[in-house]
Design a protein around this ligand. Structure first.
Ligand code: NDP
Ligand code: OXD
Length: 312
């Protein structure tokens, strides 16, 4: 029997309780604030944006599962327990969701939907001509679990795909790999539609500034579904307003929810989605957490363990 201390503010816990029951009826599921006593015996935390200091109050926690693939919500806790392993979400539901979102967004920019939406809002019959997918160069910034799924979703349409990551990747059909900071400008220069799928770390914060975004060819589009810290938004907006960049889709923002008075809501050429590119699904996530608790209990290394040094 495993005890799971669950934290997700603002949503009913019932669907999560049921999901764990379906995977393993012996799981003892405790939704916050009913976590019981820190002396209750070993437990696993499964949390999203838990209140700072809470995890430290439970020294019985053996591992912390992040309800998302990103762990920035945990890193913000100054009292995050130091010696407890952190496991990032990596379930199939998240991968499927991101693959769908990237495919949708790339198609929308390839087929010039922002321009068509503007034309519609002005009752203008403005036909557009788009290149075939094989002539469109997509660049995926961050080639981890989600970047790879995004590439698999795009390949059947014939897009010309490249990916950028920190460490070298084995050669792969249909994807050209670029590695490290030195290769970033070359990667950007060959990219018509850029897809950001990077974690938020010291290195990725503000990475896409005016200079970097200007390395994209004129008429390029930018999609960001990683973290909002990646892009210097004023620079993106300046390049959209000057017409150098054709369009953008943002799912993530430095401040979430995006304030109602943000001028971004009314920015021409910009499509906004409210951090819903890939939402962790209870059924696949419960299966993932139970599987990894099994690994920990068997003395094995769990999947997707956070490397604190790298920050992801
Ligand atoms: P992974 O850890 O599997 O992949 C991260 C990728 O980013 C790796 O390819 C890594 O390189 C690369 N990377 C990290 N730092 C650098 C750097 N400094 N320079 C170059 N490349 C770098 O993460 P996931 O694919 O699972 O998730 C990615 C991010 O997506 C999450 O961290 C989260 O922030 C975001 N996300 C957003 C969601 C949404 O709904 N909008 C939903 C889920 C996740 P390398 O391969 O060399 O390690
Ligand atoms: C995640 C997210 O990190 O939802 O999984 O953004």
């Amino acid at each position: 029997m495993s005890r799971i201390l669950f934290y997700l503010d603002g949503y009913s816990h019932d669907v999560w309780r049921e999901a764990f029951r379906a995977v393993d009826p012996s799981v003892e599921f405790r939704g916050f604030p009913d976590w019981g006593s820190p002396d209750d015996g070993p437990a696993y935390a499964f949390v999203w944006e838990a209140e700072p200091g809470l995890l430290k109050r439970f020294p019985n926690i053996k591992a912390i599962f992040s309800l998302g693939a990103g762990v920035d919500h945990l890193m913000r806790d100054p009292d995050l327990p130091k010696d407890v392993p952190i496991i990032r979400m990596g379930d199939d539901g998240l991968k499927e969701g991101m693959a769908e979102y990237v495919l949708m967004s790339v198609l929308m920019h390839h087929r010039q939907m922002p321009l068509l939406a503007t034309a519609q809002s002005k009752a203008r019959w403005q036909r557009v001509f788009s290149r075939p997918a094989r002539h469109v160069r997509v660049g995926i910034l961050g080639y981890g679990a989600l970047g790879k799924c995004a590439a698999e979703a795009l390949k059947p349409l014939g897009y010309n795909i490249a990916a950028w990551s920190r460490s070298p990747k084995p050669a792969e059909d249909g994807v050209q790999h670029f590695t490290g900071e030195d290769a970033l400008n070359d990667f950007l220069a060959r990219t018509d539609i850029l897809v950001g799928l990077l974690p938020s770390t010291k290195e990725t914060e503000g990475l896409l500034n005016f200079d970097r975004l200007s390395r994209l060819p004129e008429g390029a589009s930018v999609i960001n579904a990683g973290r909002g810290t990646l892009i210097v938004l004023e620079d993106l907006i300046a390049l959209l307003n000057s017409g150098y960049l054709k369009g953008a889709t943002l799912d993530v923002f430095p401040e979430e929810p995006l304030p109602a008075d943000s001028p971004l809501w009314h920015q021409e050429g910009l499509l906004i989605t409210p951090h819903c590119a890939a939402i962790t699904r209870p059924d696949t996530a419960a299966e993932y957490v139970v599987r990894n608790i099994g690994r920990i209990e068997a003395g094995e290394v769990p999947e997707n363990i956070l490397d604190l040094g790298r920050g992801y």
